[in-house]
Design a protein around this ligand. Structure first.
Ligand code: SF4
Length: 235
């Protein structure tokens, strides 16, 4: 059986997106070939590092799940890019095992692939729709497939650096049907440039832009960065 290339497994409180504030166990896969310019976890790009057996991954998760006064039952599968073909078989296997143990599973998807065998198992997909400032293009057909096939368990997430980014996604949003818009869960997150403590001006600009366009998106910042500082990992 293929081994699991893992960056880290840790307990933390979700710092962004629709599940912000919920404690969960993060399983961070090592390796990503997407190459976002403003990536805040470039240390996860290399496809090299410790390789674990499935049983070792599950043991670490169970150890973290058992707390003094109860059990944490939420998992976030993230990366890196957990849906890269080098990881996706292992993610499918892991998700299947975790569902047998009644964990709620969220997966962080880069947007470059719709992987049915994984999305059919997990409870929630956080699906990136990349903006121009990332230097990466998410295929529109992927966004369409997510809104058609996985709407009820999906949030679309876009990192916004400036007005150009905002208008780029607004243009795509505007061309969606009323039916899709009515059920859409699209979250925008202001970008933190490397080493920025808290980009207050950017937050205000993007928040107000969203209001001035009729508030099509849900505005959620990355709270772990202002709680712990932008450099701290595994929080
Ligand atoms: S997909 Fe995620 S890990 Fe990969 S480069 Fe982009 S932000 Fe970084």
């Amino acid at each position: 059986m293929k081994k699991f290339l893992i960056n880290s497994i840790y307990l933390a409180t979700e710092g962004e997106g629709a599940h912000i504030g919920k404690p969960q166990i993060f399983v961070r896969f090592q390796g990503c070939a997407i190459g976002c310019i403003n990536c805040d976890s470039k240390e996860t790009w290399d496809f090299s590092g410790p390789e674990l057996e499935l049983s070792e991954v599950l043991t670490q998760i169970e150890k973290l799940a058992q707390r003094e006064h109860g059990r944490v039952n939420r998992i976030s599968i993230t990366g890196g890019d957990p849906l890269h073909p080098k990881h996706s078989d292992q993610v499918e296997l892991l998700a299947g095992e975790l569902k047998k143990k009644n964990f709620y599973i969220n997966i962080e998807a880069s947007g470059s692939r719709v992987v049915d065998k994984v999305f059919d198992i997990v409870d929630f997909v956080s699906f990136d729709f990349k903006t121009p400032s990332t230097g990466v293009k998410t295929p529109l057909r992927n966004l369409q497939k997510m809104t058609e096939q996985y709407q009820s368990k999906t949030q679309i997430k876009s990192v916004i650096s400036d007005k150009k980014d905002f208008e780029f996604i607004f243009d795509i949003y505007s061309n969606m049907s009323d039916e899709v818009k009515a059920n859409l869960n699209w979250v925008i997150t202001p970008c933190f440039e490397p080493h920025e403590e808290f980009p207050r001006e950017r937050f205000i600009q993007i928040l107000e832009l969203n209001q001035s366009y009729g508030a099509p998106f849900r505005f959620i910042g990355q709270q772990h960065k202002w709680i712990y500082g932008p450099e701290k990992k595994d929080v």
